[in-house]
Design a protein around this ligand. Structure first.
Ligand SMILES: [Zn+2]
Length: 585
């Protein structure tokens, strides 16, 4: 027995699944997917351990045994393939409370007319959607049929393969995913959706009420794909489509192959937040093509992707824009290091997660610390040789799932002694940010930092100049202000920079964190509104934390949570609960 992933029963000594055939029916009344999964294996005969969570197993075509529920992991489904049999058909249904599926009522959508369903399988929620070897160490191709109510459109992280009327009032959408993916990249969404072509290989999908805004915001995606191809080599997934979800989507984006899922909070109306698209697009290489084998090596996905995102930003918008991106990330990294000060081992790049839920270990550390480690490697060898290295790395490990050790061995073979020279051991296996980590400077960044640093001494920026500054500059200024300000200071900021009424969520969330920490009551209605309508954890978690600083804030948080929690995604609900658990009694 060789279990290679602390979060899965996947055993690499057993037959390995190579292909799924899914036939699932979406029932919006009972909030379940029901149907069959046929799983094909690379060889016949023997026991195979599958992961399941919350699934009701109705029948299995071969002998099986369902083990008791384990915390984090769920229930192991052991199927025993007879000699000569290399596939199994499992008939099952999902739980209405599956963490990987969110069923939205019409009121929770933009259009308010039809219900909506979307999946979020990373890190280990695919097992609540399909019984499977739910480890990134295992890859599968799949085909799927989704049977949904008429008038709704289904999309998946796959290529469409036609649709047809099923029984009266239902429609069946077919999909084929020819490229092998890890299970966490399985994705589906069902709703009232419209699509707009952005280029010969890219289309954006959204609710009718949002589609025009989305098509405008992401119009530049083809130039991003071109920059990413220059960095990494050819795009290997045929199409790059995007889906804008309802506001409860818990992440900024999810890199589901062929169909990136995005939060509508990116629709700022000025294309200022499309760095998230650069990020998800870059995952087409770093993450989806070359994949971390387990959550313990998550930095291989996210560190490389943040590095790539800023390289794309630099190619499109210049050095200064990239430097500001790094600066915003620096503050986010510092906040993450602070949040994990009681569990510093989780701030190593290489983590040890036996008994730890990957959703609890999730933070900005693998993203921002990881990206700084990649930059340290890049700076030590020079950009051109490093770019060659990255291309070779992509080529060598495409459609494979690898560990930190595999990565290090590859670096050592290409650049002997490099890992020692950059102090890789400290990056990978020591908490926090190593001394001598790469720094990112730009003239504008220094100005903004000086402006914010002058605040406590009573110096005030020129309001007109800052009010109309690019979003990233205003975010940096706000990030660098003290968290707790006087009511008069808050009023000055709000009046001169028009912060409470901002539609750009990065600016708004920075401001509301200050307002919440400072107990600035005039911003409370907007806080209530945001926390009641937006589920993106990047905003929800820090705002619940900030509200914990004052009695009035705690009262608001508890009250908002009671009314908003039923509509939160399971991940968002947990993040809010964890923040409130730290409130003083
Ligand atoms: Zn990412």
């Amino acid at each position: 027995m060789a279990r290679v992933d602390p979060h899965s029963y996947f055993d690499d000594a057993q037959p390995r699944s190579t292909r799924w055939r899914l036939r699932l029916r979406a029932d919006f009344i009972s909030k379940v997917l029901s149907g069959e999964a046929e799983i094909l294996f690379d060889r016949a005969g023997g026991a195979v351990d599958l992961d399941t969570k919350g699934l009701t197993i109705k029948s299995v075509s071969v002998p099986f045994e369902l083990a008791p529920e384990e915390p984090i992991l769920g229930r192991r489904l052991r199927v025993v393939l007879p000699a000569g049999a290399s596939s199994v058909v499992i008939s099952y249904e999902t739980s209405p409370t599956a963490a990987g599926l969110q069923w939205l009522s019409p009121e929770q959508t933009e259009g308010k007319r039809r219900p909506f369903l979307f999946s979020q399988c990373q890190a280990i929620h695919a097992r609540g959607v399909v019984p499977c070897q739910d480890s990134a160490a295992a890859r599968i191709t799949y085909e799927a049929e989704l049977d949904v109510p008429d008038g709704l459109t289904a999309v998946m992280s796959a290529g469409p393969a036609g649709d047809a009327t099923a029984e009266k009032g239902r429609r069946v959408f077919r999909f084929k995913m020819p490229q092998p993916i890890p299970s966490y990249l399985l994705a589906l969404a069902v709703g009232e959706l419209e699509g707009r072509d952005l280029s010969h290989r890219s289309r954006v999908w959204a609710e009718p009420a949002t589609i025009e805004k989305a098509a405008w915001e992401f119009a530049g995606v083809e130039s991003m794909i071109a920059k990413a191809e220059a960095l990494f080599g050819p795009y290997d997934w045929d199409r790059y489509d995007m889906l804008v979800l309802p506001p409860s989507f818990p992440y900024g984006g999810m890199e589901n192959p062929r169909m990136t899922f995005l939060t509508p909070t990116l629709l700022a109306g000025d294309r200022s937040l499309v760095d998230v698209v650069a990020h998800e697009l870059a995952h087409s290489w770093t993450g989806n093509l070359v994949t971390n084998a387990t959550a313990e090596h998550f930095w291989l996905n996210e560190g490389f992707t943040v590095w790539a995102e800023r390289r794309i930003l630099k190619a499109l918008h210049g050095d200064e824009a990239a430097a500001l991106g790094w600066a915003i990330g620096q503050r986010e990294l510092e906040e993450a290091l602070e949040r994990f000060q009681d569990t510093p081992a989780l701030t190593c790049l290489r983590t040890h997660l036996a008994g730890v839920d990957p959703d609890d270990a999730f933070s900005n550390v693998p993203y921002e610390k990881g990206a700084r480690f990649v930059t340290a490697l890049e700076r030590a060898v020079g950009t051109a040789p490093f770019d060659e290295f990255v291309k070779a790395y992509m080529k060598r490990f495409r459609f494979q799932s690898i560990t930190t050790e595999t990565f290090c061995a590859f670096v050592e073979a290409k650049f002997p002694g490099l890992l020692d020279r950059v102090g890789a051991a400290a990056w990978l296996d020591k908490p926090g940010l190593p001394a001598g980590a790469p720094r990112f400077v730009s003239p504008r960044l220094e100005e903004l930092t000086a402006l914010a640093d002058g605040w406590p001494a009573g110096r005030r920026p020129d309001p007109a100049a800052l009010r109309s500054a690019p979003a990233a500059e205003l975010v940096i200024f706000l990030q660098r202000l003290p968290r707790e300000l006087s009511v008069a200071d808050c009023a000055w900021l709000d009046e001169h920079l028009k912060l409470t009424q901002r539609g750009n969520y990065e600016i708004l969330a920075q401001w509301l964190a200050i307002a919440a920490t400072s107990g600035y009551a005039p911003a409370f209605p907007r806080l209530r509104e945001l926390l009641s309508s937006v589920g993106r954890m990047k905003y929800v978690r820090p705002l619940y934390q900030a509200l914990g600083k004052t009695p009035a804030g705690r009262e608001l948080a508890r009250e908002v949570f009671i009314s908003a929690a039923p509509a939160y995604h399971a991940l968002t609900r947990r993040a809010a609960e964890a923040a409130m658990a730290k409130y003083p009694a």
